[in-house]
Design a protein around this ligand. Structure first.
Ligand code: 16G
Length: 184
């Protein structure tokens, strides 16, 4: 199996976002098409396996020891499903992924057969903190979720990150997040 540059989803979806509708401010100004000096924001591709994608994810939680074959199989599943929008920021000079975030759209019968968006795995590598990349990724996924007609978007986060997400209009829900954990 080959690792290649095929994007997980149509890159035009990101280029077509109307950044003037973004509700948070950036100083200096950055955007999905200009994420910063030497950086590019784009959909995930399988070649990112060798660009440290898992090294970045491991700064959030346990990733396990994933083989290229497992990664490709999961990538293909996500691509076929069409509801997974994993975006990455790559440092072009280093050829390394420095940040990632995911939007998943979940299909409902309620709300006139609506879609709910879930923002997941928002991670910026330690060395790239302070470049507004987390803010850029979340703002990008919010615009994307609106473009995809999600009726709401949700996420789970550590208490220390609540203030960060409030900047985008997220509010702690009255509902309680519950989980059954089967393994780590
Ligand atoms: C955080 C992440 C979530 C991720 C989880 C992993 C965000 C906004 N939230 O809650 O997406 O799945 O951590 O933690 O990035 P776990 O390994 O304990 O499930």
């Amino acid at each position: 199996m080959l690792l290649d540059e095929t994007p997980l989803f149509e890159p035009a979806l990101l280029h077509g976002l109307d950044w003037s509708n973004n509700s948070v401010s950036f100083s200096p100004p950055i955007s999905p098409s200009s994420p910063g000096e030497g950086l590019i924001l784009r959909p995930l591709c399988t070649a990112d396996f060798n660009r440290g994608f898992f090294r970045v994810l491991s700064q959030l939680t346990t990733t396990g020891d994933v083989t290229p074959e497992q990664f490709i199989k999961k990538f293909e599943h996500m691509k076929m499903a069409g509801d997974y929008y994993v975006i990455v920021v790559e440092d072009r000079q280093l050829g390394q992924i420095v940040a990632t975030a995911t939007l998943i759209t979940e299909h409902k019968f309620i709300h006139s057969c609506a879609k709910r968006g879930r923002v997941e795995e928002v991670v910026v590598t330690d060395a790239c903190r302070g470049k507004q990349l987390g803010k850029l990724l979340v703002a990008t996924l919010i615009l994307l979720s609106k473009k995809l007609d999600c009726y709401k978007i949700t996420l789970e986060c550590a208490p220390k990150n609540v203030a960060f997400y409030e900047k985008f209009g997220y509010k702690a829900s009255d509902e309680t997040y519950m989980q059954c954990r089967f393994f780590d």
